[in-house]
Design a binder for this molecule. Structure first.
Ligand SMILES: C[S@@+](CC[C@H](N)C(=O)[O-])C[C@H]1O[C@@H](n2cnc3c(N)ncnc32)[C@H](O)[C@@H]1O
Length: 301
């Protein structure tokens, strides 16, 4: 790997003159970066530093350590300083680098979409575990960067999905992430654009579920940088579940399931929202820490 490990000790300036580049050993720069980031990021400082250097040097994790003795030039350290500065201002690294990983797949992200969370992988796993039909059509409600629809159609190439979001800017990010032909993207306030009563085999979604009043108390990296529309679930955080309970049955086949991520303390409230017909067979699944995070409920029809 040569990129970033420029062995030249001089580089041409705008005037054509040679300027001496200051070379620094990679391992020393990495140690220094971890130290700078620890105050803000704590135990995440090392993994963040590794991602930053992998990005800057276009190299693998292993290369970082195999080539730790190599020198890095000051062009690269200027870029490093700019990134570190934004990290110290609490901006999420995924927005700074413009990408993130979900299900081991790289996705483009931008401040107009929520940064995908590992918790949402549990939601996708439940869908893959319960939906056995070879061919079916689903809706991913509040698709954001498109992670859920993308992974489902990539894991099940025979499935077709519609990613729905009220934010055109979020959909423009989702569009850049779509690799499969089986995904359509629709700008709509929940199902409003689907007047023809189109019915899906299942509906999946990670709706905004934070109480409006709690948002200001979240980490600075969340409330200052992530889109409010992706977080705000109304006064009690449950507004979208109430709307889904009312509006989803018209768009879900009889016997079809609705899969949703919920907040760790919302199980009872969400269960009660889906307690009336046509909803049936409410189930809740926990994450590894034992918190209820995914619900499945069936449309009895
Ligand atoms: C919590 S984010 C989830 C994004 C993505 N699915 C994920 O899991 O990372 C919620 C998404 O719902 C979208 N949204 C908010 N209100 C909506 C509405 N009324 N109709 C459709 N989408 C909405 C937001 O724009 C945001 O992209």
């Amino acid at each position: 790997m040569n990129r970033g490990f420029d062995q030249k000790r001089s580089a041409p300036t705008a005037s054509g003159q040679q300027q001496t580049l200051i070379m620094r050993p990679l391992s020393e720069l990495m140690r220094e970066t971890v130290a700078k980031l620890t105050g803000v990021l704590g135990k995440h400082a090392l993994p963040h530093t590794e991602r930053i250097f992998e990005h800057l040097l276009c190299c693998s994790h292993t290369d970082l350590y195999l080539d730790g003795h190599r020198n890095v030039d000051s062009v690269l350290t200027d870029r490093l300083d700019a990134i570190v500065c934004r990290c110290l201002d609490c901006e999420p690294l995924d927005y700074i680098l413009g990408t993130t990983y979900f299900f081991d797949r790289e996705f483009i992200v931008a401040p107009v979409v929520l940064v995908p969370r590992p918790d949402t992988e549990r939601l996708v796993e439940q869908v893959l575990c319960h939906e056995k039909a070879r061919q079916l059509c689903f809706a991913d409600i509040g698709t954001g960067s498109g992670i859920i629809a993308c992974i489902l159609t990539e894991q099940r190439p025979q499935w077709n999905g519609v990613g729905i979001d009220v934010s055109p800017r979020a959909l423009s990010v989702a569009r850049r992430n779509v690799r499969s032909e089986g995904i359509g993207l629709v700008c709509s306030d929940l199902f409003r654009a689907f007047r023809a009563l189109r019915r899906f085999d299942f509906i999946v979604g990670n709706p905004p579920y934070i109480k409006s009043g709690d948002i200001g108390g979240l980490d600075e990296s969340i409330h200052r940088f992530e889109p409010l529309i992706a977080l705000d679930g109304g006064n009690d955080g449950l507004a979208f579940f109430r709307r889904l309970a009312r509006e989803a049955p018209a768009h879900l086949k009889a016997g079809g399931s609705l899969y949703c991520e919920i907040g760790y303390d919302q199980e009872d409230a969400v269960r009660s929202i889906f307690s009336a017909p046509p909803w049936d067979r409410f189930r809740c699944f926990r994450d590894l820490a034992g918190n209820p995070r995914v619900i499945i409920v069936c449309n009895r029809g």
